[in-house]
Design a protein around this ligand. Sequence first.
Ligand code: SF4
Length: 326
Amino acid sequence: MDRVLSGMRPTGKLHIGHYFGALKNWVELQDKYDCFYFIADWHALTTNYENPEDIIALRKEMILDWLSVGIDIKKSTLFVQSKNIYHAELFLLLSMITPVSWLERCPTYKEIRNEIKDKDLSNLGFLSYPVLQTADIIIYNAKYVPVGVDQLPHLEISREIVRRFHYLYNGDLFVEPEGLLTNVPKLLGTDGRKMSKSYGNAIMLSEEPKSVEKKIKTMMTDTNRKLRSDPGNPEVCPVFDYHKVFSDEEERSFVTDGCKNATIGCIDCKKVLIKNILSFLEPIQAKRAEYEKIIDDLDEFLSKTQQKANDVAAGTVKKVRKVLRI
Ligand code: SF4
């Protein structure tokens, strides 16, 4: 089976945006590919270097969320990046051959620097994170990396670094990774802004039913529909974007007709959505509770798959050292 690699920064408990944007796909890929999924804790440090203790605490929460949605440790190789020192060695060697200009022109680099104003991101680690990302991927000779369209430029840098390595050292050691394009449905936060835990506008996978209900009840709707008697337009309403993901066809046409003809109110519409989100979350939360009982020490739980990842990475670095004669 071809290998797939993907990672996630341990930023805390995950929300439905993470599920529909990545995890749902990860679960499906497990049956078709040899999947390696990792906690990208070094990547988290590139922007969150002032709070390393947070990252350690959040690893377990994230793994619990992964397992609760169906990531299966018997099918996939789950591991922690910082417990595999070979990533750092390959990163160092690749950084010798990567022109700084490639990193400076990376669109995500500029975007994030513009977006995050409250942190000093003039650090080397942040500039060079596409090199670390390249090491993460090619150390496993992963053929595919699941990505959204906006992440394609990153992968292009990885492909360029691989080509440069092969050109400089006359080798053919690495697989040039390809993007596995993922369709990400539009899901804004309940206040209409980008969904983010820090804005308090996200529905978490482990969110209490009462809290879900409250968030949906106060969720932004089509702003032109001020009165129940005003017809609305589901296509501009964030609630309807959720219906597209959580409700079946019959319910969606009930909502569409009712909204356009003002025969239902937003409360009726949201009731259907609340019912569907809660029944989506229920089995996830039940599974999470089971894993919470099983997993005491995360390192111990991941020990076998971590060892497997470390062995594969060690094998690659051994070959790289041979090529570089060091
Ligand atoms: S009825 Fe539903 S889709 Fe229409 S505006 Fe209200 S919440 Fe949005």
